[in-house]
Design a protein around this ligand. Structure first.
Ligand code: 13P
Length: 354
């Protein structure tokens, strides 16, 4: 089993490429649409995803795309399933399989991600529909006293059981433990929490017999809380992130694909680039699996209007190209030229609940 899966995992972190996370649940995407006055219907969500999935030239920089359950069941306007639409361009189809972060009984201010019940059957169905990889996201809130040890261990255990089931069903698991950026904590607190989380997750993956070569890790970067007055520099974030990953992520893992977590599109690209420039200290392929940081400019350019579909695709492709360059450490600010207004988006960055 694992040779095939290893090849899929490696293809997702091929040179100059990364993953598009387009797996927002319907309530989350609706929030996004609402901000721009776009009506959220099955049809408008389908049109939006089709715009992204068929952007001319994007496949040069996008290795895989993560869909939501509704999306994998939809078809392009030409009547082709989205899984096939992606595959025909060389983009690997993926699927979000957790059912969301729910209140954690042992600690009411925290969440545990659910979705293990019936997961084997759902994975089997998604694999038949053409998915080759899956995603499960656990979230950790940071305060002086959180996350609790109970929350870290419950989420790590669920992530590991999910990953093991994926490999059994011939899907590459993306393991996503996200330490949230919300809060006023310093970068050092994020580093400590991320260290504990990664250590606990890899212990659980070992216990559940997960093959590390046949999975990808999708972590947060080590970064100060959004409300922290003292924001770290791009170089400090890159250094702290890589130090933390080197301490807690085994070298056998096929690749690391960061989430953007609420960073602006440009900062997410600059951080990824800086991390990849510290070349001599890298153990794995390091790339992106961005949601907001890839989609914000495209969604805004499109604005729900048919006449702006091509503009939305250009914005998406441009962002994908810049992030592709960042995976090689070849991104420069000058490459932003054609997207001058991207950081002045009205979208805010707090919409990703998935
Ligand atoms: P962001 O890049 O917007 O954080 O989304 C990535 C993702 O898939 C969250 O689950």
């Amino acid at each position: 089993m694992s040779h095939n899966l290893e090849r899929v995992a490696e293809s997702l972190v091929a040179d100059g490429k990364g993953i598009l996370a387009a797996d927002e649940t319907t309530p989350t995407l609706t929030k996004r649409f609402d901000i721009l006055g776009i009506t959220s219907t099955e049809q408008s969500r389908r049109t939006y995803r089709e715009m992204l999935f068929t952007s001319p030239g994007a496949a040069e920089f996008i290795s895989g795309a993560i869909m939501y359950d509704e999306t994998i069941r939809q078809k392009s306007s030409g009547g082709v399933s989205f899984a096939k639409t992606l595959e025909s361009q060389g983009i690997v189809p993926g699927i979000k399989v957790d059912t969301g972060a729910k209140p954690f009984a042992a600690s009411p201010d925290e969440t545990v991600t659910e979705g293990l019940d019936g997961l084997r059957d759902r994975l089997r169905e998604y694999r038949k529909m053409g998915a080759r990889f899956a995603k499960w996201r656990a979230v950790f809130h940071v305060t002086d006293s959180l996350p609790s040890a109970a929350c870290v261990s419950a989420n790590a255990h669920a992530l590991a059981r999910y990953a093991s089931l994926c490999q059994e069903q011939d899907l590459v698991p993306i393991v996503e433990p996200e330490v949230l950026m919300e809060g006023s904590h310093f970068i050092g607190r994020c580093e400590r929490v991320t260290s504990v989380v990664l250590h606990t997750v890899f212990d659980a993956l070992f216990e559940q017999g997960v093959v590390l070569e046949a999975m990808l890790l999708k972590p947060n970067m080590v970064i100060a809380g959004k409300q922290c007055a003292q924001q770290a520099s791009v170089e400090e974030v890159a250094d702290a992130t890589l130090t933390c990953l080197r301490r807690f992520v085994p070298a056998a893992v096929s690749g690391i694909v960061f989430l953007s977590g609420g960073q602006s599109a440009r900062l997410a690209t600059a951080h990824l680039n800086a991390i990849n420039r510290i070349g001599s200290r890298k153990l794995w392929k390091i790339s992106f699996s961005y949601g907001r940081a890839l989609q914000d400019p495209a969604l805004e350019a499109w604005h729900g209007r048919d006449e702006y579909l091509a503009a939305g695709q250009r914005a998406f492709c441009h962002r994908a190209c810049l992030n592709g360059a960042a995976t090689l450490g070849k991104y420069t600010c000058e490459m932003e030229a054609s997207s001058a207004s991207e950081d002045e988006t009205p979208l805010g960055r707090d919409w990703h609940d998935d």
